[in-house]
Design a protein around this ligand. Structure first.
Ligand SMILES: C[S@@+](CC[C@H](N)C(=O)[O-])C[C@H]1O[C@@H](n2cnc3c(N)ncnc32)[C@H](O)[C@@H]1O
Length: 376
């Protein structure tokens, strides 16, 4: 198996390089309107935004920023296939303008626009990013009638273009089975509340700017596994540090990342070229969690009824029998900003050089038969 990954440095309001109805899944996080770190970028795309902000016209600034994003949302409708999902991670903003503290509900504005464009609105995920920051409580402290509740969550809005995707041919049906996820993952991933930390910001060589607004790899990884099949094409129209590209690589999907700021080119390329240990480790962790689950479940409730054909360990349902994970063998830049990944065939992850991957703690000697080899 091979996958291909393109980085395209252009404005996603007009994705000239992407054909109509060619995308299977969109996973993205735009710049957030009314969050100060994005003011300049929005004002560069529409100078009226800077004027509104200077005059304290926050309602007009909010709307004008969303009108900038609306153009990308409209392009998504063009490039997505019928039945494809779009998952948009966005947070609301709070801001004090002219002494008045207010919430700007980005999530509801984006949801209305998608609905207006003809997408079906689906149940959303609340991503709780708990913080211990001392300034998380806002307003008048312990004195009543002037304090505000914390803002410790973001949204993952979920939309579909047109009716449900159909899997008609035997080949499509088989690919769907290979792309299944574990029962325990279903229980966590398809819950409407996700609870994990945000990505660290402002550190390391991946940050051309002081802050990138990157999401943690876990977020696109879940969404890519939930809403696409092996070798499908995943698009991120606000690619930033390329986190969605890494998720696609880890899940054996093709990807297109569109980013307006060419300063990301070097750092994102480095990130992709050095991604193999990180993405394979993620898949090993998935296996490790499944094996832990099997042990707990069988101790408490008895043996699981089904066996995964590929790994040889028990699984909860018949739908997980063909489940395969894609372990990356090589990543090459075959043309500028165009990468090709190859994958190990049939579970031979023992070919991975143990020197390059710290698998020490993943010893696997608890009696469940499996073709996987873990180093200790
Ligand atoms: C919130 S960040 C995305 C971060 C990304 N999810 C990651 O993990 O690194 C939004 C990105 O969109 C880019 N951007 C803003 N407007 C754009 C446009 N019209 N076309 C393409 N990229 C754009 C910004 O430069 C920024 O890198």
């Amino acid at each position: 198996m091979q996958t291909e990954h393109s980085l395209i440095f252009e404005d996603s309001r007009k994705m000239k390089s992407i054909k109509d109805s060619s995308i299977d899944l969109v996973v993205t996080s735009p710049p957030y309107p009314m969050i100060e770190m994005w003011d300049r970028q929005f004002a560069a795309m529409n100078p009226d935004i800077g004027l509104h902000l200077n005059k304290g016209e926050c309602g007009l600034a909010f709307e004008a920023m969303h009108e900038v994003l609306d153009q990308t949302w409209q392009e998504l409708y063009r490039v997505m296939k019928n039945g494809a999902f779009a998952c948009i991670n966005i947070g609301d903003a709070t801001r004090t303008i002219d002494g008045r503290f207010q919430l700007f509900a980005n999530h509801s504005r984006v949801q209305s626009k998608f609905s207006e464009l003809g997408f079906d609105v689906l149940p959303l995920i609340l991503w709780r990013k708990q913080t211990n920051a001392p300034n998380k409580f806002m307003g008048s402290g312990m004195l009543p009638a002037g304090a505000y509740v914390t803002l410790e969550h973001e949204y993952i809005l979920i939309f579909r273009k047109g009716p449900k995707r159909e899997f008609k041919t035997a080949e499509e049906k088989h690919k769907r089975l290979l792309s299944s996820y574990f029962w325990e993952e279903r229980n966590a991933w398809f819950s409407d509340l996700w609870d994990f930390k945000g990505a660290r910001q402002g550190t390391g060589s991946l940050e051309p700017r002081e802050r990138s607004g990157a999401f943690p790899l876990e977020l696109p990884l879940r969404l890519v596994n939930m809403y696409s099949l092996l070798v499908d094409t995943v698009l991120d129209p606000f690619a930033g540090t390329g986190t969605t590209t890494l998720a696609a690589l880890a899940a054996g999907r093709n990807s297109l990342g569109i980013e307006i700021d060419p300063a990301f080119a070097g750092p994102v390329k480095d990130r992709i070229m050095h991604s193999i240990p990180q993405v394979n480790m993620y898949n090993l962790e998935r296996i490790k969690k499944q094996i832990d689950f099997v042990h707990h479940y069988s101790e408490e409730r008895g043996e699981l009824k089904h066996t995964n054909n590929y790994f040889g360990f028990p699984v909860m349902t018949g739908q997980e029998k063909e489940l395969k994970l894609a372990f990356v063998q090589s990543v090459k830049e075959v043309k500028e900003n165009f990468f090709r990944a190859t994958y190990f065939s049939d579970g031979y992850i023992q070919n991975i050089d143990p020197e390059q991957m710290d698998l020490g703690y993943l010893t696997y000697d608890q009696g469940v038969q499996s073709r996987l080899i873990f180093y200790d």
